[in-house]
Write a protein that binds this ligand. Structure first.
Ligand SMILES: *Cc1c(COP(=O)(O)O)cnc(C)c1O
Length: 393
């Protein structure tokens, strides 16, 4: 069979089978069971936070965060234009409206534009930030640490404090990324803002099949999110419910997988780093593009690698290029279609979106699974370079 290198596949070389079989043997497969609390403790310990709540998905964690922020119908929430749509959809679950913000060269939200939007397009009234054109309050900002690269949290937190915005970190792609310098040195992605959401979907750095987690500044807030995630059950015997709840709690089977995966997180990150270094060597002096780096003063999980292509030097579209690379046995992909251009989101405010369309049109994500060998990486780079060079002017 011809060789095939996938983009990103899960890695189960630890205790996954053992823990999942144990959960099965115990009969605890659903939203109760010891692995759920074990995973929550393990994760909180890893992140140096008092408490974390395990959920059904990263999307559920983001939704719970918006609820805790008090985001209600008609409110505005600032979100990136360049991201996976799951970062934005929960805003609409609350019948709030997104305001789309551009990225900078880190692919994360541009803090300069964020500041300008708050200063020029909004005004402060009785401790609230009001968007002048619509008269609606801006309640929160969702910051995505794109591909594991930390956003500029120093500036973002300062702006958020000045304009009374809650900060929800979408750390779904950035589990394990942290600052090593500056005021947030030692702080992990998802533990700097008011809320942090993580995802354990199949392609993320660790997986529970599907699943996620959420943390918050206050331990009681996390406890309340756990309560909401289990149908807001106040009395388990007599089924008394004081609030509208959700079925957002992780299952014990997922958590068993997660507990094993979390044990391997540091190994996975080390491999992401060595694979990235090798790609960097292989793409040094490549005439048609370069690998994007990760923010200075941080230690990224380096979840995904991005090749910034010089599209004006190519004779084909990105779509054609991806198809030809795939045809040669290597899977790559483009970043996301911009969210403010998607059908459900075209009617909302998009503020000075200029960099996002550029990156959306020229980034190629290349294979990054943790089980790739040096030989696999060299092979993938050779195929990718060959395909690109044969399509250069
Ligand atoms: C994966 C992802 C999510 C959603 O996580 P799920 O666990 O799939 O719900 C949200 N935002 C971003 C940026 C993601 O990459």
């Amino acid at each position: 069979m011809a060789r095939f290198i996938p983009l990103s596949i899960p890695n189960f070389e630890g205790n996954e089978k053992k823990y999942v079989e144990d959960a099965l043997a115990q009969g605890w497969v659903s939203t109760g069971g010891a692995y759920i609390t074990q995973l929550e403790k393990q994760l909180a310990g890893y992140l140096h936070v008092p408490k974390a709540a395990a959920c059904q998905s990263g999307t559920a964690g983001l939704h719970l965060s918006l609820i805790e922020c008090g985001v209600t119908p008609g409110d505005l929430v600032i979100v990136p234009a360049l991201t996976f749509i799951a970062a934005v959809n929960p805003v609409r679950y609350q019948f709030a409206e997104p305001v789309f913000m551009d990225c900078d060269d880190s692919l994360c939200i541009d803090p300069e534009k964020l500041r300008r939007f708050c200063e020029n397009e909004c005004e402060q009234k009785q401790g609230e930030l009001i968007h002048k054109a619509s008269g609606r309050p801006v309640k929160a900002i969702i910051v995505v640490h794109v591909f594991g690269n930390l956003a500029d949290m120093e500036q973002i937190m300062e702006i958020a404090a000045k304009f009374h915005l809650k900060v929800i970190e979408d750390a779904t792609e950035a589990l394990g990324s942290r600052y090593t310098e500056g005021p947030y040195a030692g702080k992990f992605a998802g533990t700097i803002g008011d809320f942090g959401a993580y995802s354990f979907n199949g392609n993320k750095i660790i997986t529970t099949g599907g699943g996620g987690a959420v943390t918050a500044r206050e331990e009681e807030t996390v406890a309340h999110m756990q309560y909401l995630s289990t149908q807001a059950k106040d009395d388990p015997l007599f089924y008394i419910h004081d609030e509208v709840g959700y079925n957002y709690r992780m299952t014990n089977l997922q958590a068993a997988l997660g507990a094993a995966q979390l044990e391997e997180l540091d190994t996975f990150i080390a491999r992401k780093h060595s694979n990235y270094e090798l790609y960097q060597k292989l793409f040094a002096d490549f005439p048609a593009g370069k690998l994007l780096g990760f923010r200075q003063g941080t230690w990224s999980n380096q979840w995904f690698y991005s090749l910034e292509l010089k599209m004006d030097r190519l004779t084909c579209t990105l779509k054609e290029l991806i198809a030809s690379i795939q045809n040669d046995g290597v899977q790559t992909r483009a970043v996301w279609g911009l969210i403010h251009e998607q059908r459900p989101y075209r009617q909302y405010v998009a503020y000075e979106i200029e960099r996002a369309p550029y990156y959306s049109a020229c980034i190629l994500n290349i294979p990054c699974s943790t089980q790739l060998t040096k030989e696999d990486i060299s092979y993938a780079a050779k195929i990718i370079k060959g395909c690109i060079i044969s399509r250069m002017m």
